[in-house]
Design a protein around this ligand. Structure first.
Ligand code: NAD
Ligand code: UDP
Ligand code: UDP
Length: 310
């Protein structure tokens, strides 16, 4: 039985990860400040003897003994990470610094939930790990994009200077059950609006693209990366390479829900990336990983979940 720390374990991805690790019999410790996560996401685990939670901000040093760390703590939705941008930068950088200090002291292996946002508004398409990105350092998304970029820098410097075993995972848009109803990201927004027969809010012309990965596929990739040989540090893209326009996503959600909603257009937020799609050749060759769940299948599962919530 390994002792595993999951920061951000009460959030969307973190809570699914905890389910898997607890089911495997690992001893799981969650650290979360409930900024965007909720106790409801993990309440079914609270009675398990191999599951514990500490309410704490990762910007505060943490002294525990662990074998592995999944560093997921950070708001992921633009609405939430822009609510307190200074806190987002602190969480990304000071939080990563503390977790790396913890990994250095304990000898734990540490995985960083980085993001496709490190590519910014990409001019290389699809995005490979070699691409350095096109990021505005002073815009409204910068707290997140630059925070995650600086965190990657810290990870690689702790690896080079102190031999910390690191795994840097660049996660592309992921969706599924347990996204918060008011999360603000596009898949949950559209599903909630469709189920309530409200207007579907497309920002801009809806021709911008994203590639959506279902949570189960994403976790397979995350756990395979953690289990990989120490020589595998990443960065590794994990996401679904099928690319859709946001307008096309709205149509699929309306079709599957059978909603009477119609589409309206609102202003496109500043610096909103025009296109995004991962090149996952590296994940395929290093981890033997690729996603299996098509968007329509994943949407159906997610819509079933939201029917019970909204
Ligand atoms: P989420 O908002 O549902 O979960 C984040 C969790 O971190 C929440 O439980 C929140 O309360 C907690 N948290 C935030 N700041 C904290 C702090 N300072 N100290 C302790 N806990 C804190 O988001 P998610 O979708 O589950 O994302 C998890 C991680 O994956 C994030 O690091 C995010 O940047 C990364 N990621 C997610 C996606 C995606 O599409 N879901 C894409 C790229 C990267
Ligand atoms: N840290 C932590 N838990 C630990 C070890 C370190 O939270 O078990 C924090 C420590 O307080 C510091 C950061 O991690 O803020 C970086 O630790 P490191 O030992 O690398 O610090 P430095 O060498 O920069 O003083
Ligand atoms: N978006 C939209 N309507 C919404 C929420 C988001 O049209 O209600 C758009 C947003 O402008 C972006 C895309 O959907 O172009 C993905 O947005 P999300 O916030 O999910 O993630 P990110 O921009 O970080 O990829």
């Amino acid at each position: 039985m390994k002792k595993i720390l999951v920061t951000g374990g009460a959030g969307f991805l973190g809570s699914h990860l905890c389910d898997r690790l607890v089911a495997q019999g690992e001893h799981v410790l969650v650290v979360d400040n409930y900024f965007t996560g909720s106790k409801r996401n993990i309440e079914h685990l609270l009675d398990c003897k191999n599951f514990e939670v500490i309410r704490q901000d990762i910007c505060i040093p943490l002294y525990v003994e662990v074998d592995e760390i999944y560093n997921l703590a950070c708001p992921a939705s633009p609405v939430h990470y822009q609510r307190d941008p200074v806190q987002t930068t602190k969480t990304s950088i000071i939080g990563a610094y503390n977790m790396l200090g913890l990994a250095k002291r304990t000898g734990a292996k540490i995985l960083q939930a980085s993001t496709s946002e490190v590519y910014g508004d990409p001019v290389v398409h699809p995005q490979t790990e070699q691409y350095w990105g096109n990021v505005n350092p002073v815009g409204i998304r910068s707290c997140y994009d630059e925070g995650k970029r600086a965190a990657e820098t810290l990870f690689f410097d702790y690896h080079r200077m102190h031999g910390v075993r690191i795994k840097v995972m660049r996660i592309f848009n992921t969706y599924g059950p347990r996204m918060a109803e008011a999360d603000g990201r596009v898949v949950s927004n559209f599903i909630v609006q469709a189920l309530r027969h409200q207007d579907i809010t497309i920002y801009g012309d809806g021709l911008q693209t994203r590639s959506f990965c279902y949570v189960d596929d994403l976790l397979n990739g995350m756990m395979a990366l953690m289990a990989s040989d120490d020589a595998v540090t990443g960065p590794v893209n994990i996401g679904n390479p099928e690319e859709f326009t946001i307008g096309g996503l709205a149509e699929q959600v309306i079709f599957i829900t059978g909603s009477t909603s119609t589409v309206i257009h609102e202003n496109l937020p500043r610096d909103d990336p025009r296109q995004r799609r991962p090149d996952i050749s590296l994940a395929k060759s290093l981890l033997g990983w690729e996603p299996k769940i098509r968007l329509d299948e994943g949407l159906k599962k997610t819509i079933d979940y939201f029917r019970g919530v909204v």
